[in-house]
Write a new protein. Sequence first.
Length: 276
Amino acid sequence: MQREFQYPIKIDKNNISGYKNVSKIAKHYQLSVFYEREIVLWNTNPVYKGVPLQKYLYLNRYKYLGKTPDNLSDIEILRAFTIAGVMKGYTTFNNELMQQFIDKYKPEYIYDPCAGWGERMLTAYKNGIGYLGVDINVKLQDGYARMISDYDMDMQQFIVADSSSYYPGVKYDAVVTCPPYWKQEIYTPYGAENLSYDQFLMWWNNVITCIDAGHPKFVCFQINQKYRSDLEQIVKNKGYYLLDEFRYTSVMSSHFTRKSGKNSKREYESFLVFTK
């Protein structure tokens, strides 16, 4: 059964507060990319555990939600892929620590070399901060264009480019990003997440080289503890030192490593702020 998926949640343009609302807005505009793998599987409908995949998901949703197929929303079906254990869906960026950085250091223009779904652009827009986001995934372009148009953004922009060789043509005083956690999520067949680990670190080194050419006051990135040391050292090798670190009030495990609803205090994300 073919289905034209649409994000059913009404977006309140005046409510860009809280990371959950920001995540909903980003997924609204990037639905076809964020849920691309789920939609392909749904439409091909392969056999899964002895039954057609669509039937398996319908049975799962009826068991746990008590809803028949006609009563299921698009988002309830798309989220079912992860909930039912069919596949691990993509994660969104929690902007709470980014907001803490903005409140404390008050940057005027942000460059983001790993733009992703759009949460950081929305956060910059909410705070009246200029923003340039770069991502290698051309499929994100339409969602960003609609987001910029619908919100009448005139200080925020997005371009498709390889940030490891791209030198921004704008003046920015802060870099704020969340690099891929190597192979933990594969976004495209040509991004840095497809490289060997040594190549991945070289990619990050090249990104920081391009960033450094703009002489930003702050270089910030959110990272988990598994990859922190290696990525942090590359930034320090460029002459930066760790100025500040933001953590969640209650220690949260990385959104990539949380299992069965349990958090691990040994594996968490933090927002690192570097300067020269």
